[in-house]
Design a protein around this ligand. Structure first.
Ligand code: ADP
Length: 401
């Protein structure tokens, strides 16, 4: 069975075509700058080299048509006809409280995702555009929605509610939703498999450290706490997002500088985090270069990043009454051994003992980086949200095709 996985962003479409259940990638690509000048498709097939097609693409519908044409292209395609695609899996960022698992797309689901656009104005509209384009171009093919929020729907009310007037939850569903759920679910599962232990018996903390960063406590395979909240702004320090903040800081600055709500949002979402403190950039590699060159602010931004992460690890071990596995994933988690080492330093009270040599040798591959004597195991697990989406799509649609 061939499953096309689509991750449709505001100006991009990422895709992978899988052969399932073999989990083999037949082709993958990225279409970027949709609706902007200089749109470009980067496409690759397993055995052939990458191709790049530069073309003007005005919207997601046209973008998806080009993706499908490329996938079935006689020279660089991976299929002969587009009707070889048996199912499509979509990454959908916000499923509200309604979706606790992946689901087949139908009219009800589409209207629910449309309703949740209010909660995820940057993400849900392009996700929806991807579904709509597929409905038009692949009308008879079943589609599955895989929600970033779904994994966190197991979190208890005392952990997902904010201590603000309850009416705001009742009326407007203001609560913690959590994001990156597909990634946390995937790496927790993988970590348990790597250690040959049943997920249902484990207390795992998963650290997804990319441009966006979040951390989740996974107890017995279920998310019991996560750091992103009502929006992806809460929690850890990120590339350009502040993470946790006393809300009074925002009121103070808005009053003092006469800032509008949208200006304040811009500051906290796009001008804060590593970028805001270091004034260098949002990319961890640039921060490291500057630190090595002696830049004190790069050093400070790293220390704030590590401290926040450490604080959360301790808090989540408290929430679970212990820790069996600590997992690092995504761009920083998979590649930045110095961050992994710094965060794990002084955590022997939690039974964390990192093997410095092993850790330093790991970049982008799965590995156990704790010392043999470490009570809690520390793992690097490369995330693979697309594979998780392909698996869910296969499981949900296999009886239909
Ligand atoms: P996204 O959230 O956009 O998917 P990624 O998971 O690709 O992001 O992570 C991007 C982050 O990973 C960037 O801050 C980047 O600097 C960092 N990163 C990638 N490779 C390395 C590396 N070798 N060392 C340190 N940081 C790295």
């Amino acid at each position: 069975m061939k499953v096309l996985v689509i991750n449709s962003g505001s100006s991009s479409i990422k895709y992978q075509l899988f052969l399932m259940p073999q989990e083999k990638i037949l082709a993958r690509g990225l279409l970027e700058k949709i609706g902007l000048s200089g749109s470009m498709l980067h496409h690759s097939r397993e055995e052939s080299s990458k191709i790049e097609i530069s073309t003007e693409i005005k919207d997601h519908h046209q973008g998806l048509r080009i993706v499908l044409e490329t996938l079935s292209h006689p020279q660089y395609g991976a299929i002969e006809q587009i009707d070889e695609i048996n199912a499509v899996g979509h990454r959908i960022v916000h499923g509200g409280e309604k979706y606790t698992a992946s689901c087949l797309v139908n009219d009800n689901l589409v209207s629910a995702v449309r309703k949740f656009c209010e909660l995820a104005p940057l993400h849900n509209p392009p996700n929806l555009a991807g579904i709509e384009a597929c409905e038009e171009l692949l009308s008879s093919v079943p589609q599955v929605a895989v929600f970033d929020t779904a994994f966190h729907q197991t979190i208890a009310d005392h952990a997902y509610l904010y201590a603000i007037p309850y009416a705001y939850y009742e009326k407007y569903r203001v609560r913690r939703y959590g994001f990156h759920g597909t990634s946390h679910r995937y790496v927790a599962l993988r970590a348990a498999r790597m250690l040959g232990k049943p997920l249902t018996e484990l207390k795992i903390i998963t650290c997804h450290l990319g441009n966006g960063c979040s951390i989740t406590a996974v107890k017995g395979g279920r998310s019991v706490e996560t750091s992103m909240g009502f929006t992806p702004l809460e929690g850890l320090v990120m590339g350009t997002r502040s993470g946790d903040l006393d809300p009074a800081v925002a009121f103070y600055l808005m009053e003092k500088l006469n800032l509008s709500v949208s200006e304040m949002k811009q500051i906290l979402n796009r001008e804060s985090g590593l970028l805001g403190v270091s004034e260098i950039g949002n990319d961890m590699r640039d921060i490291w270069k500057a630190k090595e060159a002696g830049n004190p602010r790069a050093d400070l931004s790293l220390r704030i990043f590590w401290h926040r992460l450490k604080k959360y690890i301790g808090a989540y071990a408290a929430v679970m009454n212990g820790l069996d596995i600590l997992v690092f994933t995504a761009g920083i988690g998979e590649n930045d051994y110095r961050t992994r080492q710094k965060v794990c330093e002084g955590m022997d009270y939690l039974g964390i003992e990192i093997d410095k040599k092993k850790n330093a040798a790991v970049q982008g591959e799965k590995a156990i980086i704790s010392a043999a004597s470490s009570r809690a195991k520390v793992l690097v697990v490369p995330t693979n949200e697309e594979l998780m989406i392909a698996r869910d799509t296969y499981e949900i649609t296999k009886r239909k095709t």
